[in-house]
Design a protein around this ligand. Structure first.
Ligand code: URA
Length: 426
């Protein structure tokens, strides 16, 4: 007989109490094993969302989630390991150019990524638009590629933090995703279990992000930076703007194309700026402060590493990517300046076009997505293209068009464009 019961643990948090280490260890372990029912864990997650957790509770909860599965050992990799995690946004393809860029500068990047759900895209869905590319690697394949290429982007194996896998799926359907203790422990348990030596967090703020306010994003970032430090992972965070999509492309193949443009030394200014800012943080955290990521982009080293990384996972970096059967170009009906392109509405539009999924098991379209011809601050004349929608089927267009049209606002005077990097914590 256990000394604990789920109902007692739920009552403690419901009544704003502090959970003991024993209660936390027990409830996380028992839930992973199926001894605590989904409805009980839902009630506990809601109590945590409403009443919060202390820093020691979050640390213990994170440790219990790590202990629910395996921990990778990256000590056989000769280069310093450093990873990046974004809390998720619209058009956020930064992992694609950043991973090979940091590897080209001497780091080893063990990037375990996820798929998109709802309005935010998933890195694996984007890469799967490259013909032949394979997301699932065994632990041995993962380690060999990390040693040989220095860059891996693949699916997290089922052995890593299984408690989080189960709890995250439950939170998704019970309105309990937006709890800072649960987001912080979810992200950090996976990153710590993955074995990286250093970690840079890109905490998004704005309409397209989980965190709508800088104050909430700051609290989440501080919580995660502390958790990383407590587990021996050098962790820093950048708070970055997600009120507008990153770059011009939102979707799967379109984001791969834009990432390759960045690796070729071009691409949208904001994508280049954030890629370089995160690369500098990662290299400093990895103990490589003298590496010059801008030079590695300019001289083709990052592109060479991208090609090697894609090939190592069965992909053909030269293969043409899927194109859409239906393209709808929307023109400006007034002169002025683009004042706003709302990230959330563009994310929903891309999702309606087929780029994202409503349920975990849904397929995604490689070709679907939104391409912005104008970004906030750009001048625009009547009749110029504002954005285009791409889909496999025409019936996807009307609902996506309604969302995207809501997202874009043109004003008579130039807007103030917010800075991309808002704050650094670490
Ligand atoms: N990403 C995660 O991995 N977990 C969360 O809880 C939220 C975003």
């Amino acid at each position: 007989m256990s000394a604990f019961t789920a109902v007692d643990v739920i009552r403690t948090k419901r009544d704003r109490g502090v959970l003991t280490d024993g209660q936390i260890d027990w409830v996380v372990d028992a839930y992973t094993k199926g001894l605590v029912a989904d409805e009980q864990m839902s009630a506990l997650a809601m109590a945590i969302l409403l009443n919060g957790m202390t820093a020691p509770e979050i640390a213990r909860w994170t440790a219990a989630m790590i202990a629910s599965g395996e921990r990778l050992d990256l000590s056989g990799v000769s280069r310093p390991t450093v990873d990046k995690h974004s809390t998720g946004g619209v058009g956020d393809k930064i992992t694609l150019p950043l991973t090979p860029l940091v590897a080209a500068c001497g780091g080893a990047v063990p990037q375990l990524s996820g798929r998109g759900l709802g309005h935010t895209g998933g890195t694996l869905d984007k890469l799967e638009s490259i013909p032949g590319w394979r997301a699932a690697l065994s632990n041995d394949e993962f380690l060999a590629q990390l040693r040989d290429v220095g860059a891996v982007i693949c699916a997290a194996g089922s052995g890593l933090a299984p408690a989080d896998r189960k709890l995250y799926a439950l939170r998704d359907v019970t309105g309990t995703v937006e709890a800072i203790p649960l987001i912080a422990s979810s992200i950090m348990s996976k990153k710590i279990a993955e074995g990286t030596g250093a970690l840079v967090l890109d905490v998004k703020v704005g309409s397209g992000a989980f965190m709508k306010s800088v104050a909430d994003a700051r609290e989440l970032a501080r919580t995660m930076v502390e958790l990383g430090g407590a587990h021996g992972v050098r962790t820093v965070a950048l708070l970055t703007d997600m009120s507008t999509p990153l770059g011009r492309a939102v979707g799967n193949a379109v984001e791969v194309t834009e990432s390759v443009e960045v690796l070729a030394g071009g691409g949208p200014a904001d994508v280049v700026e954030l890629t370089l800012a995160l690369a500098r943080e990662m290299l400093a955290a990895a103990g490589l402060p003298d590496a010059d990521p801008a030079a590695a982009l300019a001289d083709g080293r990052a592109m060479d590493t991208w090609r090697a990384m894609v090939r190592a996972q069965g992909g053909d970096p030269d293969a043409p990517l899927a194109t859409a059967n239906e393209v709808e170009v929307v023109l400006a009906d007034t002169d002025g300046y683009v004042a706003e392109v709302d990230a959330y509405a563009i994310g929903v539009s891309a999702w309606r076009l087929g780029a994202g999924r409503a349920r975990k098991e849904d397929p995604v379209s490689a070709a679907a997505g939104v391409v912005l011809h104008k970004r906030p601050g750009d001048p625009v004349r009547v009749g110029e293209p504002l954005f285009e929608l791409r889909a496999d089927h025409a019936q996807r267009i009307p609902a996506a068009l309604a969302e995207a049209s809501r997202a874009v606002r043109v004003s008579a005077t130039p807007p103030q464009v917010a800075p991309l990097v808002i704050e650094r914590i670490g």
